[in-house]
Each structure stands twice: as C-alpha cells, then as structure tokens.
Design a protein around this ligand. Structure first.
Ligand code: SAT
Ligand code: MN
Length: 596
C-alpha cells in the first residue's frame, strides 16, 4: 500500500493533522495505520492481539478483573533524565537544569533514528485530552505510537478517541507526540520536547513517562511552558480534598520530590478518631495539577489525568488501601512479579505471602529464597482514577477546585521542621524554590547529600528555572487572592536514624493545623524560617508519638539552616542571573534572622 492509502481512513479533514501524519508515515514507514476511536471493542481487540504476542499477559479474571501484566525491556525501566531534552531556540531559554540541543540539529538526528522505524509494524494514532474534553483547562494531543502497550495505557491515563478528535478539530490546537520503540537501544534513547512547536518526540523506549506522552512530557514540560506564556501553572502536585466535621470543604495541592509518599498523601486515610469525628479526605489527583486563576481571583486546580501510574512496591492494604483497591479492575501492571499458582501479581511489601511459585519482573523463575526482588523497584500499576474508593466527586468538575493551601515537602533528616508556614506568597515561592531531599545516608542520624528539587519540578520544568520562579512570583498579581503556602517534612530522624513522625494517616493532624491557619483559627510562633505551631497545637490524641518527640521535630536548629543557606546560595548561583531578586532577598532575610 502506498502512504496515501495508509491514511485513507483517517477520519479528519484537518489539514495540519493530515500533513503531519503524512510526514510521519513517510518517515517511519509503517505497514498499517490504525486510528484509535476510544471504543471499548477496539481496545479489547488490541489487548487480545497483545496477549497473542506476549506483550500483555491476561491475569486471573476473578481476582483481577480485566487486568494485565506487561514486562518492559530490562534496560528500559524508568524515565531517563539524562536523555530528556528541551529544544528551545536558544540554550538560555531551556536553562541550566535541562539538557538542550539546537532544535534543527536535534530534528536531523532524530530523523535518522525514526527512519523506517515502524517498518513491519502498525502505527496507532491516539487523539487524547489532558483534562475533561471541552473543559476550559483541557489541552489536546495526538500521540502516534507503534506500541499497543502505549495505546491501552493512554486509554487509562487520559481521555482518548473520537470525542477528543472532534474537540481538536473545533479548537484547532494540539500537541504533536511521536513515539517509536525502534530497537529499544538505550544509547540512542531520546525524549525530546520542542516547546515552541508544541511537539514531543520519543524514541527507543517502551516505558512509562518516556512513552505515555500525555504525562510528564505534555502535562508538565510542555504545559509549564504554555502556562508561563498564558498565565497559568502546570505543577507536579497531588490535589487533596479535606472536609472537616463541620462540613467545611478545603482543597490542598502539594508537591514532593520522589519517594516522599505523594501517592499515600493523595489517598490518605484519616486516623480512627478523626474518622469518628466526621473528617473526610478525598483524592482529586496524585501527580499533576494545572492551576488557573478563577473569576473570584483564587487559584483553581484540575488534575489533567484520568488515572494513576503508581509505584507498586510498598503499596499494601496497610500503606495505601485506596491505591491497592484501584488496581483490582481494568488495571495494567508493569514489571511486577507473576504468581504462577493463581495468575495474580505480587511485589515487595504487598503482603507477607510472596508466591512460592512465580516469575520475577523479567519473567525468570522466582521463589522467596531467590534473594532478589520479584518486582522491579520502579514497577508500576496503571489504574483508572474512577476505581479509587476515595476519588473526589470534584474529580470530574470542569472548573476544578479552589485551593486553600499549597504545601511543599521534602525529605530532611534534621533541617526542616514537621511543618511551617510562609509569611506571604513571595516567601512561599522562596520555600518552594529551596525544596530538597536528602539521600538516605540519613541513617544513624547522619545528614545525607542534599538534592535540590524546586517545587519537585527539577526534571519537569520545560524552560529556565529562574523564569519559572519569576512566573510563580507573578501569579500573585495575576490572581489577587492566592492561597497560603506551607512546608512539611515527615522525615525527621532521631539519633538512631529512626523516623520520629508516624506519617501516613497521621499526616492529617498536620493538615488540620494548616487549615486552621488558613482560616485564621489559631495563633503561630514567628520564627526565622516562618510561622510555626507550638507542639500542643497539633492534635496527637491516640497518636503514636509523645509530646517531647513532637517538640523535637518542631525544633529549628540554626546551625543546620546556616549550612542550608550556603547550599541554597550555591544553587541560586547555578541557576544564575535569572534567579529573581525577590528570592535572593528572601534568602538574605533568612540568613539575617538566624541566631548565630
Ligand atoms: O515514569 S513516570 O514518569 O510516568 C513516573 C515517574 O517516574 O515519576
Ligand atoms: Mn510524578
């Protein structure tokens, strides 16, 4: 068939789409082109086809209805930050925290890699929407891919199909995404963004954030770039709903570096006493928030995704029953272990009963005696948000939810206290810009290596970090009624290296204080780093922590902060001249108020 015929049954008359697809077909040379309609029958046929080739494995339909297992290549199990590029016109626009290459040069390079990459394969064309189709915040994309795994994951993580196509045709604006597995050569793996062309190109990977182009690529990197120009924000944040016993409904957006319990916080289960008193916590999103100014001048957030792409190991009935429940139906597991006795899945810390007879994430025979991990530490579940028992009724609201508070968090052994509040928006932006986590050298009370991860956006900001901070500062004037900003740290350790704060559901105790501050219901101490609670202001009834221990994690040690000031200066210098002067002033204020 010639290329013209291949595109014969593409149901659009949109010239831009057709011209682009024609180019892609010519370059990648697929045997066949399949338009993804979003209809269940088509997806079911694709899943069947993938089971035939071993790309998917159908799991026990009684215990895990409609669920599948996929194993990625063993050299392809995580995002590749070193091979992720932001190709703006100038290197300066991408800034010192992104890899950059001249767009024309990069396109040349990619052309050779994509050439004939789909020969003998089928090309799937997926129209998808981030956000509810036809809602004011929605952004549309078309992902072209040669992977069924990508199609069926996109069907969970985003809204896909014909209704999106109609919306794209009406709006005439979409992100182009091209993904080819090629030969999965890690040396030639590229995840490339052309923000100025609203385009993403991904090659030589078949895994998660490298290939599900709606997620980190569109909803964070491209969207952050668009948001800067259009006066809104794309943030790496969960969104949580909290209703107190009086029925007051608040929403909080929170950013954490990885491995800080973000998904657990997003699906928090209140402590027993709180439940009894009538507290209700609901989840709007676990990873990404798009934040806009509402007509009321407040900041409103939506979760642009339709599902969760969560880390499996450590997810259990105890740690996160809501996440686990979400995976029981129509989920896709990637790189977890397979229990051969009942055709279900297993991962480390799921429960205390590892399968006696199973295959590990690479498909090799595995037993509890093997001495290796059954699941890859970055193995994942892809699950529909609507299957989460605590999903918020506001999840599907086109206008999103108004934010009462923004929370930044980090993993600090000694420096940051359990919680503090910024003095104002500017100070809050400073607090976000200095976010950090320590490597787990924090054992035995030692302070580990500090990795700065401003607003948890280090690998996801689609332009210069200094300009991004300026955009945050500018949002105050664009909005008028901005939320309060807080910082939390669940990870203070004692001299034995043990965590002091119990975390998980008990984090609601800290959120309660945060919301009391938001509503002006409680006083706070004014300290060098911001407003802080007295220990007795945090409710620890029936909580596994003593007042003294709580006091210890509310202590701010000036000498640790002095070290931090030095490391922040270094970080700001690395970001360079575009670091807003307001943030340098905040740093100076902090330095001057430490008692040394
Ligand atoms: O692989 S993803 O980028 O989708 C998830 C993650 O690494 O945070
Ligand atoms: Mn994330």
């Amino acid at each position: 068939m010639n290329n013209k015929d291949l595109l014969n049954n593409i149901p659009t008359t949109n010239d831009e789409i057709l011209a682009w697809l024609k180019q892609v077909v010519e370059l990648t040379n697929p045997d066949e082109v399949v338009w993804i309609t979003g209809e269940e029958q088509q997806l079911e046929d694709l899943r069947k086809e993938a089971c035939g080739t071993g790309e998917l494995i159908k799991l026990n339909d009684e215990k895990l209805e409609g669920c599948y297992l996929h194993r990625s290549d063993k050299n392809d199990v995580a995002r590749v930050e070193g091979r992720t590029f932001i190709c703006t016109e100038t290197e300066e626009e991408a800034g010192p925290t992104n890899n950059w290459m001249d767009p024309a040069k990069m396109r040349e390079k990619l052309k050779t890699l994509y050439k004939d990459s789909m020969k003998g394969r089928t090309m799937y064309v997926i129209p998808f929407s981030m956000g509810l189709v036809d809602s004011p915040s929605a952004k549309y994309g078309i992902e072209v891919t040669d992977s069924i795994y990508v199609v069926v994951n996109m069907a969970i993580m985003t809204r896909i199909g014909n209704e999106v196509m109609k919306a794209i045709e009406e709006k005439g604006e979409f992100t182009k995404g091209l993904h080819a597995k090629a030969d999965l050569n890690a040396e030639e793996r590229y995840i490339v963004h052309f923000p100025q062309d609203n385009e993403i190109m991904s090659i030589n990977s078949g895994y998660g954030g490298n290939v599900l182009l709606g997620k980190k690529c569109l909803a964070l990197r491209i969207a952050s770039y668009l948001g800067k120009a259009q006066g809104w924000m794309a943030e790496h944040m969960l969104i949580l709903g909290v209703k107190n016993p009086e029925g007051r409904q608040d929403y909080i957006a929170a950013a954490f570096p990885s491995a800080c319990g973000k998904t657990n916080l997003a699906m928090l289960i209140p402590p027993e006493g709180y439940k009894k008193d009538g507290w209700e916590v609901t989840c709007i999103g676990d990873d990404i928030a798009w934040i806009r100014v509402g007509e009321d001048g407040r900041l409103w957030a939506i979760n642009p995704e339709n599902g969760f792409f969560g880390v499996a190991p450590g997810t259990s009935e105890k740690s996160n029953p809501n996440a686990l429940a979400s995976t029981k139906k129509n989920a896709i597991f990637t790189n977890v272990g397979l229990n051969l006795d009942d055709n279900t899945v297993w991962w480390e810390k799921l429960d205390k009963n590892p399968p006696k007879n199973g295959l590990d994430w690479m498909g090799q025979p595995w037993t509890p005696e093997s001495g290796t991990n059954m699941a890859h530490p970055n193995s994942r579940f892809t699950a529909y948000a609507k299957n989460c028992p605590c999903i918020s009724p506001a999840f599907d609201k086109p206008e999103g939810v108004p934010l009462s508070a923004i929370v930044f968090g980090g993993r600090r052994a000694k420096t940051a206290p359990l919680v503090y509040q910024s003095r104002d928006w500017k100070h809050g932006v400073f607090v976000g810009s200095i976010m950090a986590s320590e490597t787990t050298a924090a054992i035995m009370g030692q302070v580990g290596v500090v990795r700065r991860d401003p607003m948890a956006m280090l690998p996801f900001c689609g332009y210069h970090m200094g300009d991004y901070w300026q955009h945050w500062l500018d949002m105050e004037n664009l909005a008028g009624d901005v939320p309060e900003i807080f910082n939390v740290n669940w990870f203070r350790v004692d001299d034995n290296g043990d965590f002091i704060w119990p975390g998980f559901g008990d984090n609601l105790r800290v959120i309660e204080w945060i919301l009391k501050r938001v509503h002006g219901e409680i006083e706070a101490k004014d300290t060098a780093i911001g407003y802080m609670p007295e220990a007795q202001d945090i409710n620890i009834d029936d909580c596994d922590i003593s007042l003294e221990a709580l006091e210890s994690i509310l202590k701010v040690e000036d000498n640790y902060w002095k070290e931090d000031v030095a490391s922040i200066k270094e970080f700001y210098d690395k970001i360079g001249d575009r670091t807003p002067k307001e943030l340098r002033e905040e740093l100076e204020k902090l330095e001057n108020s430490l008692n040394l």
